[in-house]
Write a protein that binds this ligand. Structure first.
Ligand code: 13P
Ligand code: SF4
Length: 319
């Protein structure tokens, strides 16, 4: 394989030549995060990735993450070319909420406002009234609840339960889970907290309730990085994908970060604290895509127009 530096230089040249900008999620490998930053691109949570892609003037968006992130970029920017290093990068939440089951479920509950997590297909977004990410989900449901709305929530059960506990809203909930966050274990986390009683606990709300209950801060990936900077603790136990450690360490240089425990030792765990689909993004497939122009994201126009309504509401609410 070619030297990393050579590959990076080629990518940088091609990004410039093709008026392309790289938008990466915190969970992708460090090389891609670095490259995004070095080339005027962006690394962030799923909401800010969508915002950035929408506001940036480049003709091509390269989205390093999972498919729903590329689709969201295309829904918002039909005039732009949207490419991804891989088209195989799924998300268990998206997979566990297929449109052909979700749409009839909504049809059976016409009195409910449909709020879906951004980790869904364009078809599911097209059936929704609102799209949210974890950074605005609680605020949006609070706002709807205050207007007396009954909610149909999909797909993440842990995030749905968390929002319900905080807001008291009437929420009919889909029952999917993230393969990464669902594996954090509360007993082992309790042991770690005993070992490090001074540590702050940072938790992504896709985690089970027993983990969220132990948290000092619950939030999206960007919100967790912010908490690491602003909370007084010098040591943190972090329950989210370990891809986040690169930016977290950069944001709070003197502090110590420890990964929250997942399955017991020796257990077969295919996605222990790292998303197998995020891990499919790399420098080599990014270079290939820039060279070949392949892996373009398309969303059928009638679906896109429908999905734009609910997705635009997410951006408007986040303003
Ligand atoms: P964020 O919106 O917090 O980046 O979450 C996206 C995601 O897929 C978390 O697993
Ligand atoms: Fe989906 Fe979980 Fe991977 Fe995030 S970490 S993309 S929620 S499977």
């Amino acid at each position: 394989p070619e030297q990393k530096a050579v590959v990076k230089d080629k990518i940088k040249r091609l990004l410039k030549e093709q008026d392309a900008v790289l938008v990466a999620h915190y969970y992708v490998e460090r090389d891609l995060q670095e490259l995004a930053e070095e080339t005027g691109g962006y690394v962030s949570d799923s909401l800010d990735m969508a915002k950035f892609g929408n506001e940036h003037p480049a003709k091509t968006l390269i989205v390093a993450g999972v498919r729903f992130m590329g689709e969201t970029a295309k829904i918002l920017n039909p005039e732009k070319r949207v490419l991804m290093p891989t088209l195989e990068a799924e998300c268990s939440l998206d997979l566990e909420c297929p449109a052909d089951q979700f749409i009839p479920f909504c049809d059976e509950n016409p009195d409910r406002t449909v709020v879906v997590y951004s980790n869904t297909s364009a078809e599911v977004k097209a059936r929704a009234d609102y799209v949210v990410t974890s950074s605005i989900a609680v605020d949006l449901v609070t706002w709807l609840h205050q207007q007396g709305k009954k909610i149909l929530w999909a797909p993440d059960k842990h995030l749905g339960n968390y929002i319900q506990r905080l807001t008291g809203a009437d929420m009919l909930r889909w029952q999917a889970a993230c393969v990464v966050h669902d594996e954090f274990k509360s007993r082992a986390l309790g042991d770690l907290i005993e070992k490090y009683p001074d540590a702050g606990i940072l938790v992504h709300p896709e985690s089970p309730e027993e983990i969220i209950k132990l948290a000092d801060a619950v939030g999206s990936t960007s919100q967790l990085i912010k908490a690491a900077q602003t909370l007084p603790q010098q040591r943190f136990i972090v329950a989210t994908d370990n891809g986040i450690f690169y930016k977290m360490q950069q944001a709070a240089p003197g502090k110590v970060f420890i990964a929250a425990p997942t399955m017991g030792e020796g257990a077969t765990c295919t996605s222990c604290a790292h998303c197998p689909w995020m891990a499919m993004n790399g420098l080599h497939n990014l270079l290939k895509v820039l060279e070949s122009g392949g892996n373009e994201i398309f969303v059928e126009e009638s679906i896109r127009v429908q999905a734009l309504r609910s997705t635009q509401r997410m951006l408007d609410f986040a303003k």
